[in-house]
Write a protein that binds this ligand. Structure first.
Ligand code: DND
Ligand code: ATP
Ligand code: GLN
Length: 674
């Protein structure tokens, strides 16, 4: 908690993120009293320490129990004293959020009560105001609170706060990364909101991987009257970062004075008596020589496109996860296809990011950060060297592999400087089939017309690769006489997980997966970005290749199997249908109706019906695979991951009723056409 750094920069108000003390991602640990007790213990330490920074108001966050109900609270304190505990008024339950599972919301606007602090925690005061309230300093600066989701709801707290003349609104957040979300958060919500109401808006967000599948993408900011004064980079790797701005509060009044309509509404609202505290926010804060912070004119500069976010978010998550797991690196089964190539490329970008951060820090303030270390060793500044140290890739050829994919894998491994090897899996496949034949006296064949035989022959190759991947992850470093083991990275993209176009427990089963919620469509954009902007030239042939599983015999030396042909849908179609299913919330019938319009220039109604049936048939029979999907970086609400995000049954006997409804509609359409 970098309070000291904020104080040394002359901050008079220091804001931290939502549930800062225990960490936002404690999840069901919020059911445990230990989380609450340890939060109070740490709050007491902070309150005691705050005497070293007497002029600074500190706002942090933790769970607090009142009337036997647990609240998610902001806590304001200064110079050894708690000033207010402000519970959250709107809980977030969308997407992967489950706040109402642990907390209740505070329902009484601008009402607060006396909260008696358990004396065992050792605070110097007996009680503290608990509830919705506004703080006011000796110099008349009003400070209000809006906790994360309260900013996102239609009836945001900042509206009433502004009507009460609040000068500074503090928003401590736990807001995770979804492609494009940060853009909306800063431009529409923070800047848009402050443009409407005037005043200073402080937004502090967590950053990094908090131990689950989401990545909190920081971007903490300070805004005033619709202008941005400070913003922390979205995907920097350091654990913490402090941003400060010296702001002229008189501009709040100037701005609001010109908003006639707001003044009339505000004058009609009942006055709320603030909670006064013995401290100042303005005054001789800074030496007179210090200049006011200037607004950042080109906000776009700090805003990334979704593709740029893809090139930053998963690599940052991978680094955070790696160093927190205390593993020594990653193993990627590299087929030379677009998915595993994207994953290997992300690891290399991660190395670039880490080495750049280490270098930048040396060249600027020479400071240090836990993020510059892996297992106690400080990382160097050469990304190629780091990549060679921590990334192991392997091309696992079978008799059905083509020279093209091998060339892609070799080329990429060379470009990114991974520790690359190649092997043949055919002897292992034959050995297993031999054991099977000995037991049952029968050998499956690719020539058979029984699909079970050909599928089994495909699956065995895919699963052997998974077994080998784990063997390599365990022993690659032993073979080199180095310590540690590797994490196996999964490479299944969201589209194939959605329709189960993968072998269960093959290389789709891994330790973690950086691309599991990303569509092939977006991955291709990412690969193009990495090729064009980062100069990984070998990606050109990967981008130009046709996705194929290469599990069936080659025909005249050429691949006889392509993903899109086998699935019966293109990856772009899959991506569109996936979006309609979720977040579009469409079942088969609604999707059919929608596609009649969307794809009217491309397919007849009958063809559209066929596409929808195909999609839901594959989804239905393979949904069980989503139950065991490798934990993946959650970057899209379209993600079918059943663990946290997409709660559905995994056994669907059929969808006969829905399909019949589609046919009924089709008959109507075709009859009316005739
Ligand atoms: N309702 C249900 N609930 C729980 N489990 C269920 C289940 N139905 C089947 N299962 C289980 O799932 C198994 C079937 O799943 P699975 O073993 O995956 O086999 P399956 O889905 O039959 O075959 C995998 C398919 O993915 C294709 N593919 C495409 C691209 C790449 C790769 C690749 O591997 O690289 C594969 C491959 O061509 C094949 O069509 C059954 O043997 C059964 O054990
Ligand atoms: N020849 C191979 N060598 C190494 N790994 C392989 C090979 N074939 C498949 N794999 C691994 O199995 C995963 C799933 O294989 P699949 O054929 O389904 O490819 P995919 O999901 O389309 O991915 P990719 O685009 O990387 O080929 C691959 O992403 C890769 O990690
Ligand atoms: N922690 C929260 O309240 C999250 C709120 C918001 N919906 C977000 O995604 O950022």
């Amino acid at each position: 908690m970098p309070c000291k750094e904020a104080y040394e920069r002359d901050a008079r108000l220091r804001l931290g993120p939502e549930l800062e003390i225990p960490g936002y991602g404690c999840a069901d640990h919020y059911h445990e009293q230990d989380t609450e007790i340890h939060s109070w213990e740490n709050l007491r330490i902070l309150t005691h320490e705050s005497k070293q920074w007497p002029s600074m108001l500190i706002v942090t966050g933790m769970p607090v129990r009142h009337r036997s109900l647990m609240y998610n609270c902001a806590v304001a304190l200064q110079n050894g004293k708690l000033l207010l505990i402000r519970p959250k008024k709107a809980l977030c339950d969308e997407d992967v959020y489950r706040e109402s599972r642990w907390f209740v919301r505070w329902t009484e606007p601008f009402v607060h009560v006396d909260f008696f602090i358990n004396p065992d925690y050792g605070f110097e005061q007996e009680s503290v105001p608990f509830g919705d309230g506004i703080l006011e300093s000796l110099d008349g600066v009003k400070i209000g609170f809006e906790i994360c989701e309260e900013l996102w709801t239609a009836h945001s707290s900042h509206i009433e706060l502004a009507q009460q003349g609040v000068d500074i609104i503090c928003n401590g957040s736990g807001s995770h990364h979804i492609l494009g979300k940060s853009n909306y958060r800063i431009n529409q919500l923070i800047l848009g909101g402050s443009q409407k109401i005037g005043g200073v808006y402080m937004f502090s967000n967590h950053r990094g991987c908090d131990g689950d599948q989401v990545y909190y993408d920081g971007a903490s900011s300070i805004a005033q009257n619709g202008d941005l004064y400070a913003q922390i980079n979205q995907f920097d790797i350091e654990d913490t970062c402090v941003a400060t701005a010296l702001i002229d509060l008189a501009q709040n009044f100037a701005f609001r004075q010109n908003k006639g309509s707001n003044k009339i509404t505000a004058s009609n609202t009942k006055y709320v008596e603030p909670i006064r505290f013995n401290g100042r926010i303005t005054g001789n804060v800074a030496p007179l020589s210090e200049k006011l912070t200037k607004p950042i004119d080109q906000i776009e500069r700090l805003q990334l496109t979704p593709t740029e976010e893809l090139a930053q978010g998963p690599p940052a998550w991978l680094w955070h996860y790696l160093r927190r797991s205390k593993m020594a690196g990653f193993f990627v089964p590299l087929s030379g296809g677009q998915d595993s190539s994207a994953v290997a490329t992300m690891v290399r970008i991660m190395c670039n990011k880490v080495c750049e951060a280490v270098k930048r820090r040396r060249e600027t303030d020479g400071g240090d950060d836990p993020a510059y270390y892996l297992n106690g060793v400080r990382v160097g500044e050469d990304p190629a060297e780091l990549c060679n140290q921590i990334l192991f890739t392997c091309y696992m050829a079978s008799e059905h592999s083509s020279t093209e994919t091998r060339a892609c894998a070799d080329g990429l491994a060379k470009d990114i400087n991974s520790n690359h090897s190649s092997l043949f899996i055919d002897t292992a496949v034959s050995a297993l089939l031999g054991i099977f034949k000995m037991a049952l006296g029968f050998m499956p064949s690719f020539q058979s017309s029984d699909r079970r035989e050909t599928t089994a022959l495909e699956n065995i190759q895919a699963r052997i690769r998974m077994v080998l991947a784990y063997l390599f992850a365990q022993l690659s470093l032993v073979a080199k006489g180095k310590p540690g083991t590797l994490l196996v990275l999964g490479t299944a993209n969201v589209d194939e997980s959605l329709v189960g176009y993968l072998t269960k427990y093959d290389c789709s089963s891994a330790d973690i997966n950086p691309i599991g919620s990303i569509s092939k469509h977006d991955l291709r954009k990412f690969l193009r970005h990495a090729y064009e902007k980062l100069g990984i030239t070998s990606l050109k042939q990967v981008i130009d290749s046709t996705p194929t599983a290469e599990l069936r015999p080659l025909k005249d030396g050429k691949v006889a199997q392509t993903d899109e042909e086998e699935i019966g849908l293109t990856y772009d179609e899959l991506s569109q249908m996936g979006q309609l299913r979720k977040p579009g919330a469409m079942g088969p019938y609604s999707m059919f109706i929608r596609l009649l319009e969307t794809w009217s220039d491309k397919y007849t109604p009958r063809q559209n019906a066929g596409k929808v049936e195909q999609f839901f048939w594959r989804y239905r029979i393979n949904r069980h695979k989503a139950m065991v999907a490798t934990p993946a970086y959650h970057a899209e609400s379209y993600n079918p991951d059943d663990h946290r995000n997409d709660h559905r049954p995994f056994l669907y006997p059929d969808m006969a009723y829905q399909i019949e409804k589609i046919h009924e509609k089709l008959r109507q359409l075709e009859t009316s056409e005739e």
